[in-house]
Design a protein around this ligand. Structure first.
Ligand SMILES: [Zn+2]
Length: 144
């Protein structure tokens, strides 16, 4: 039992490292976030924060504020799977920052049953909502 728990923790950390690498795709300057959707040991979707398809690859306005139409990494991963033949039902979401409340709503409705996150976002209302929905939450810390 202990052995399988360690194995899951090891996998969680590996996927999280991949999510971090994926966050490097983000052209947002203020904050780069990466997300992966994993189901049956397969990556079925991915995302990073950025503007919608077809828009300029600039996240910040002249005042260095994030544009209102920038999608979060989780929202991009979930909407990407919606465009595919895959289903996010019972999938695990790996995200480098804890989800905000808007993404938490999408995560619940997408049928995702496990969320693994690294950096805790300053507001905990998203994580609180996921907990209320009965979604398994795992906080992993990557040390180097
Ligand atoms: Zn969000």
């Amino acid at each position: 039992m202990i052995e399988s728990e360690n194995k899951q923790e090891l996998l969680d950390k590996r996927y999280m490292r991949m999510a971090y690498i994926w966050s490097e795709n983000s052209y947002c300057k203020r904050r780069k976030v990466g997300a992966l959707l994993v189901k049956d040991k397969m990556i079925i979707s991915d995302g990073y924060n950025g503007t919608p398809s077809g828009f300029e690859n600039i996240c910040e306005d002249e005042d260095n504020k994030t544009k209102p139409y920038v999608l979060h990494a989780e929202a991009n991963a979930i909407t990407k799977v919606a465009c595919s033949n895959n289903s996010s039902k019972d999938a695990t979401l790996y995200v480098t920052s804890s989800p905000c409340i808007e993404c938490a709503k999408l995560i619940i409705q997408a049928g995702i049953n496990r969320v693994v996150y690294a950096d805790a976002y300053r507001l905990s209302d998203g994580v609180d909502l996921l907990r209320r929905a009965g979604i398994e939450l795992v906080n992993v810390e990557l040390n180097g």
